[in-house]
Design a protein around this ligand. Structure first.
Ligand code: DAT
Ligand code: MG
Length: 152
């Protein structure tokens, strides 16, 4: 059985502002397991598929322009409850409404520059991981100190 996995991306604002280490560090320190990571400038096709549910929204074109404007760090993180817990670590969509202590609450101001994406449900996670990664880009591995994070 494969443990729960989620798709997380640091958006171009986060990369440009030098926040990659800060964001990665939070997931690492929490104890989730990194199973894939790459940097890419997404194509418009990829961005439009990724944000397909927002296709009819007035901000869609702006959103696609933004996410394709520079490098994105695409990642897959694994662990029990990682999908919903990553969303809690990320915070509310509007950074000014995101709780302090969350990534958006601590690091952002503007809804269009909110640093990070995280899958919002199990079906979304499966779709987004498959969209951004091929199966051979995902590593199954056991961190040497895993026993100190979770009891078997
Ligand atoms: P989230 O990223 O928290 O899952 P979402 O899926 O509702 O939020 O929207 C995707 C992204 O689109 C969001 O991170 C920022 C942008 N966005 C959402 N609502 C917006 C709005 N009203 N105006 C401008 N951008 C918006
Ligand atoms: Mg969303």
């Amino acid at each position: 059985m494969t443990a729960e996995r989620t798709f997380i991306a640091i958006k171009p604002d986060g990369v440009q502002r030098g926040l990659v280490g800060e964001v990665l560090g939070r997931f690492e320190r929490k104890g989730f397991k990194l199973v894939a990571l790459k940097q890419l400038i997404p194509s418009r096709d990829l961005a439009q598929e990724h944000y397909g549910v927002h296709r009819e929204r007035p901000f869609f074109d702006k959103l696609v322009n933004f996410i394709t404007s520079g490098p994105v760090i695409a990642m897959v993180w694994e662990g029990e409850g990682v999908i919903s817990n990553a969303r809690r670590m990320i915070g509310a969509t509007k950074p000014l409404e995101a709780d302090p202590g969350t990534i958006r609450g601590d690091l952002a101001i503007d809804i269009g520059r909110n640093v990070i994406h995280g899958s919002d449900a199990p079906e979304t996670a499966v779709f987004e991981i498959g969209l951004w990664f091929s199966a051979d880009e995902l590593s199954s591995w056991e961190p040497a100190d895993q026993i100190w994070r979770v009891e078997e």
